[in-house]
Design a protein around this ligand. Structure first.
Ligand code: TRP
Ligand code: SF4
Length: 328
């Protein structure tokens, strides 16, 4: 049997998942489960690097995130799903990697500078925040992952991981493969205000939203800003409602709506109603699975615990190699 390549990725539990997360990262993860030996984990220690003052929400977010993952089709039958902090070996590996990681590599990390500027209201001048990529490197190389499916924003972290792995191998002998970032084309998902869909912009449609909430949010969506009156022709190409039609409406209807919008034969209110209905229908299997897992918290705990056990088996083997290589 040909061994499947190993793929690993993680998400910080910072709140409920929305359509941007689904159509960006998650659908891709679900798809690659068949092809690869996948490890997906919830990065609660990474969440702490910026939210260390409010740790009380994190454990709730972990459960919610696992439920979101399971309801979109990640499954413990195909993938190892676990929580980062359940694998204490990761902290040990992170510490050992910190011995060999030059601080300038971390200081010139572009996401480090960005985040410090963006989150100016938080004190991020901590050791843990600077070391974020070392922890991420430990996450990745612990499982000897070959590929890391991530968004472009995470590419610098995978690059630092490669550098750390290379340095380890050079100093102590060849233990770790250098992982590649796996970038996939994903549609850019806009929120109801036409900015990028994001929890912090308060413009997101969540996997946990009820049909009523979805319809209401779609009703608030900004359409073609040039189309002021019902009698004005619209331009679907600049309309966010239309981009969701392309995802959720059958292609014949999409073609019809395109023409009807340009000739002002359809109004935005009606157009949004059609889209909202299709979106609600498309998300209904997810909604049903969410309800199923929400009703069974002990099942979710069991999945988390079994995933942790599987991950730990791999981590223990790696750590034995690491300690031997480092003579410690
Ligand atoms: N830093 C990643 C993010 O914010 C989350 C993450 C932590 C991660 N460890 C990882 C992603 C390892 C891929 C591999 O999205
Ligand atoms: Fe957008 Fe539909 Fe309005 Fe055209 S009719 S601008 S596609 S919402």
């Amino acid at each position: 049997m040909k061994l499947k390549k190993r793929v690993l990725s993680g998400m910080r539990p910072t709140g409920p998942l929305h359509l941007g997360n689904l159509l960006g990262a998650l659908s891709n993860w679900v798809r690659i489960q068949k092809e690869y030996d996948c490890f997906f984990f919830i990065a609660d220690w990474h969440a702490l690097t910026s939210d260390y003052e409010t740790p009380d929400q994190i454990s709730g977010y972990i459960r919610e995130m696992m439920i979101d993952w399971l309801s979109v089709g990640l499954t413990p039958e195909k993938s190892t799903l676990f929580v980062q902090s359940d694998i204490k070996e990761t902290a040990e590996l992170c510490l050992l990697l910190s011995m060999i990681t030059p601080v300038p590599w971390l200081e010139r990390n572009p996401t480090y500078k960005d985040q410090i500027a963006q989150l100016a209201n938080k004190d991020l001048s901590t050791f843990g925040f600077l070391g974020y990529p070392v922890l991420q490197a430990a996450d990745i190389i612990m499982y000897k992952a070959n590929g890391v499916p991530v968004g472009v924003d995470q590419v610098p972290h995978v690059e630092i991981t490669r550098e750390i792995a290379r340095r380890f191998n050079y100093l102590y002998g060849n233990v770790f493969p250098e992982p590649d970032a796996i970038l996939t084309e994903t549609p850019k998902i806009l929120g109801i205000d036409r900015r990028k869909m994001s929890k912090s912009y308060n413009n997101a449609i969540y996997l946990s939203d009820s049909p009523e909430v979805i319809s209401e949010k779609v009703g608030q969506m900004i359409t073609d800003p040039q189309r002021a009156r019902r009698s004005d022709p619209g331009d679907p190409d600049v309309c966010n409602v239309f981009s969701f039609h392309k995802l959720y409406t059958d292609s014949q209807t999409v073609t019809d709506i395109d023409a009807q919008c340009r000739s002002a034969k359809i109004g935005c209110v009606e157009c949004k109603k059609i889209m909202a209905r299709n979106m609600v229908d498309a998300l209904s299997p997810i909604r049903e699975k969410r309800a199923y897992y929400l009703d069974r918290p002990e099942l979710v705990e069991q999945i988390i615990s079994e995933g942790g056990q599987r991950a730990r088996q791999v981590a223990e083997l790696t750590m034995a190699e690491v300690r031997a290589a480092m003579k410690i």
